[in-house]
Design a protein around this ligand. Structure first.
Ligand code: C2E
Ligand code: CA
Ligand code: CA
Length: 790
């Protein structure tokens, strides 16, 4: 989506700001505003209507063809007529658009410019009766005038990019007009040189948007405050405030609303401060307070809390209710503090507040100081870690939620630190992404994950996490293509996970993501729901999959909001033809709830924790089926098949295969008791030949601890059948990788017939549903065996 006139919006605005700022003369400023619309914003005509002292609106400047200027300049209309005109038009953000095709309420008694252009059938084309208005508000919120534009150079109605540009332009223009008027007033009413200089000086030391102190003034005030406090002993605090997710406000509601929000916030800050305190804005959404004459840190914290509380109520900005929160960092001055040190410390504390959840405050302390030093160490160590081959990838399966089958694996970075052991990304990712080592590590991850996938993962896919910074690198797509070619991994088996936990430029993202998708790579939007990406972002971003964040997954049982969010994401994803992966599933109940809500893929400790790829094959996952209907169906099928099995070998095979498949065990066996008190292997699969040999004949005592509870020396199987996870020592040493062996009785009428054993490698916790399922299989098999035996 390009704006009219092609150059980057930022360039246009910078240029316009320079031009508007260059003049303090009102007439000149007005002309400059109108000219900028025609020269830089791509319209043929711009009329600037100013509110006069009498309350009418008068055309004060015109840019466009000479005849139009002659016709319009100086024309007046009453404020009431303007109100009608604006009412007949529709809001477009903070602009109003008069839709010439709609007709609607007849504005013909009102005057506005109607160019002599043909009416086109194309609904996107500009209609002669179309008009676009930008109301101009002064710094005090009063209406200064209305800028109306017409005759777009491209003949099209404005798109959202054009409108954003005009919105921001209108704010700049209003400020410039305000300034020029102020200057004119000053000139008129005051002694002609000192006051102007004071005003100019004020401007040089204050932030133009909010009127707060700028960095220079703030540091100056802080220096003075420090000097005073050394004399009088009062405490000083520097408070760093940052609006959480400010970018989201800007992106979703437009820069105009963003600017207004900052102005509102500045007022609110000033309102809450004492006479001795100073409020400043460093730029963007970063505000700094210098608090003086404090008795201690508690007083500064109280101020921070008051401010955080004050912004909790929704702020009315640009006609929209906006809810924001602040992350706040505080630094208390010591006798040796310098102003820039204090500022940096408060900044660091603010970052801590952001990193630990936002909407909170942190005080800079000695711990942070040592942490800052530790970060420096980390940065140094990281820079040699790739060459020293200290990075590892762990893999966590992404499974089909219904069958429990792994479909792919997420590659998760680990750092084998020489002294601190294996580190998870949380310990180093921030430092890494902020350093030059970021790229080499990302390259390594990509290369390693693709080659692992090509070698080990059969037909399954591998997912790689890409940081926003990596995503923004134009050469990413080319590098991915290289790696795919080199490793032989088909593009569709690579997923790239983009996290939305940092502000990203939506337009830029779309281009970056599209380049990857053009290669055939699958794109997943990670941590969905926690970060900047709203549902609208999802609609715009060309992704294939969304990964619902763990927070909502873990709340899906019990928390209505989480459930609602999951269900909304599933609904939208279905509409947009996207897959949904639920992350961080830890319990069977969560899995059930997710399946009910229509989630199809999942990932989490329930199936497997991330683990290194063993040299010989897949990381093991617990392939469990979580749907009870499925289990019931499985049992019905088993009954039917058992009825058709006429010998013990067939029954044994069926028992083991059914149990393995439906429980996702890696291996399974059925042992049958012999008359002389031992057990023999009736069927076994998935175990090594060596282990199966050991099971050919097993003294029955060695089975008891595994599969039975002993009462008076007698195994009690049927009544108190238990699934024992802890394997008998003998069995455990015999197996290569058994971490869980479970047995159930195959018995009828209380007579013990044998034991059905399943083995899972990897962590196994048994949910009641699974325990019950295994017992049911055992019983059905036992019944059939009994029928065959007697
Ligand atoms: P992520 O992409 O959201 O990855 C999932 C994280 O959740 C992993 O943490 C995983 O171990 C953890 N997890 C998985 N299942 C469960 C569960 O059932 N319960 C709980 N409590 N946690 C679960 P990990 O490995 O510590 O990674 C943390 C984050 O670091 C990742 O979050 C990802 O954003 C980032 N990361 C990991 N590897 C890379 C990488 O190679 N490059 C980049 N840029 N970021 C990476
Ligand atoms: Ca991820
Ligand atoms: Ca995630």
């Amino acid at each position: 989506m390009e704006s009219r006139g092609a150059p980057e919006p930022a360039d246009v605005l910078a240029d316009v700001a320079q031009r508007l700022g260059a003049s303090l003369d009102l007439t000149q400023t007005l002309d400059e505003v109108a000219r900028a619309v025609v020269e830089r914003l791509g319209f043929g005509v711009a009329a600037l209507n100013l509110v006069t002292d009498e309350g009418d609106l008068e055309v004060a400047a015109i840019a466009g063809p000479q005849e139009i200027r002659a016709e319009l300049l100086g024309r007046r209309q009453s404020a009431a007529d303007w109100t009608d005109l604006l009412a007949a038009s529709e809001p477009r953000g903070r602009l109003r658009f008069l839709d010439g095709r709609k007709g609607g309420e007849d504005p013909s008694h009102l005057y506005f410019f109607v160019p002599d252009i043909p009416v086109s059938d194309d609904v996107l084309a500009w209609h002669p009766l179309d008009a676009l208005f930008a109301p101009l508000y002064g710094g005090d919120g009063a209406l200064l005038g209305v800028l109306s534009v017409d005759l777009p150079h491209d003949g099209l109605r404005p798109d959202s990019g054009d409108r954003d540009l005009l919105e921001v332009f209108a704010i700049q223009a209003a400020l410039a007009i305000d300034h020029a008027r102020l200057y004119a007033d000053l000139q008129r009413s005051m002694d002609d040189q000192k006051r102007i200089q004071a005003e100019l000086r004020h401007r040089a030391l204050h932030d133009a948007l909010t009127g707060l102190a700028n960095r220079e003034l703030l540091l100056d005030r802080l220096d003075q405050a420090l000097a005073r406090s050394r004399r009088d002993g009062w405490g000083i605090a520097v408070v760093f405030l940052d609006v959480d997710h400010f970018k989201l406000v800007n992106d979703s509601l437009g820069h105009g609303v963003g600017d207004e929000l900052l102005i509102t916030l500045a007022r609110l800050l000033t309102h809450h401060l004492r006479e001795v305190d100073t409020a400043g804005r460093l730029g963007g959404d970063e505000f700094v307070l210098v608090l003086e004459e404090l008795s201690g840190p508690a007083e500064a914290i109280a101020v921070a809390e008051r401010l955080m509380e004050a912004v909790k109520a929704p702020l009315l900005v640009g006609g929209e209710q906006v809810r924001i929160s602040l992350s706040v960092g505080l630094a208390m001055a010591t006798t040796t503090s310098t102003s820039s040190e204090l500022l940096a410390e408060a900044d660091a504390a603010m970052y801590r507040a952001k990193a630990t959840g936002r909407a909170r405050w942190e005080v800079f302390d000695s711990e942070m100081r040592s942490e800052a030093l530790a970060q420096l160490d980390l940065r140094r160590e990281l820079s040699s870690a790739v060459a020293a081959e200290q990075f590892r990838l762990h893999y966590q399966p992404i499974v089909d939620l219904v069958t429990g089958q792994p479909l792919g694996f997420e590659a998760l970075l680990r750092w084998e630190h020489p002294t601190r052991g294996l580190l998870a990304p949380a310990a180093f990712l921030d430092v890494l992404e902020d350093s030059d080592t970021d790229s080499p590590v990302a390259e390594w991850v990509l290369e390693r994950a693709c080659s692992d996938a090509a070698t080990w993962l059969g037909g399954l896919f591998v997912t790689v996490n890409v940081s926003p910074r990596q995503l923004a690198r134009p050469e990413l797509a080319r590098r991915v293509a290289d790696v795919l070619a080199r490793t032989g991994l088909p593009a569709e088996r690579l997923w790239v996970e983009i996290t939305e936990n940092r502000p990203v430029d939506a337009h830029q993202d779309i281009a970056d993501v599209q380049r990857l998708r053009d290669l055939g790579v699958h794109v997943a939007l990670d941590d969905f729901g926690t970060g900047y990406a709203g549902l609208t972002y999802l609609q715009r971003l060309p992704a294939d999959t969304v990964k619902i964040d763990r927070v909502f997954v873990q709340g899906v049982v019990g928390d209505r909001v989480s459930r609602g969010i999951v269900s909304a994401v599933v609904g939208l994803a279905t509409a947009l033809d996207l897959q949904v992966v639920a992350e961080g599933v830890e319990t069977v109940d969560q899995a059930h709830a997710l399946a009910e809500l229509g989630v199809s893929l999942a990932q989490g400790y329930l199936w497997a924790k991330p683990a290194p790829l063993p040299g010989s094959g897949l990381p093991v996952t617990r392939r469990l089926s979580v749907l009870s209907e499925d289990l019931a169906g499985e049992l019905r099928r088993l009954v039917a098949s058992l009825a058709m099995s006429s010998d013990r070998g067939q029954v044994a095979r069926l028992a083991v295969q059914t149990a393995r498949r439906s429980l996702g065990a890696d291996a399974g066996l059925l042992l049958l008791l012999t008359e002389h008190g031992s057990a023999v292997l009736a069927h076994g699969e998935g175990y090594s030949a060596r282990l199966l040999k050991e099971f050919e004949e097993v003294p029955v005592e060695s089975l008891w601890p595994i599969c039975a509870t002993l009462r008076d020396g007698t195994p009690v199987f049927h009544q108190q059948a238990q699934l024992r996870v802890d394997a008998h020592t003998q069995v455990r040493t015999a197996a290569d990788k058994i971490t869980g062996l479970a047995c159930v009785p195959a018995a009828a009428d209380g007579v013990l017939l044998g034991a059905l054993g399943m083995t899972w490698t990897g962590p196994v916790e048994f949910a009641d549903a699974l325990r019950g399922h295994l017992l049911s299989i055992g019983e059905l098999v036992g019944q059939r065996l009994a029928q065959l035996l007697y």
